[in-house]
Ligand binder design. Structure first.
Ligand code: 5GP
Ligand code: ZN
Length: 114
């Protein structure tokens, strides 16, 4: 989508250092990190939120989940553990409506809502 910040990042219209990229997904540092390591993992395809994924996106969903582990390895947070957060819609506080996984690590997590 032309006015979507994350689509602009995918197309490199907004400069951003990718820490991981393949044909379907890309990961980069969050602009306002909430933890020592705070990575955003997104599909290159514009999908507004998790609940907008369709059956045709099932392979993409798998690729996103598998990329989490690769990113954790790259960032050196795999051994100690980390958190993956997806804000879905208004009540979750979603601000950018292009599906993204927050990957948070580098310290023990103090808040456990689940
Ligand atoms: P949400 O609240 O939608 O789950 O999270 C959006 C996240 O995107 C926030 O953590 C915010 O800091 C991050 N963010 C917003 N705009 C940009 C940007 O232009 N570049 C990067 N790297 N992160 C952004
Ligand atoms: Zn987008």
């Amino acid at each position: 989508m032309s006015d979507c910040i994350f689509c602009k990042i995918v197309k490199k219209e907004i400069p951003s250092q990718f820490i991981y990229e393949d044909n379907d997904v890309v990961a980069f540092k969050d602009l306002h990190p909430k933890a020592p390591t705070h990575i955003l993992l997104i599909p290159k395809k514009h999908i507004e939120k998790l609940t907008d994924m369709k059956a045709e996106d099932s392979a993409l969903g798998g690729k996103l989940l598998l990329a989490v582990s690769k990113i954790a390895e790259i960032e050196g947070i795999k051994e100690n553990g980390f958190r993956v957060v997806v804000n879905n819609g208004k009540y979750a506080g979603q601000e950018v409506f292009h599906l993204h996984f927050h990957i948070l690590g580098g310290k023990p997590m103090s808040w456990n809502p689940a």
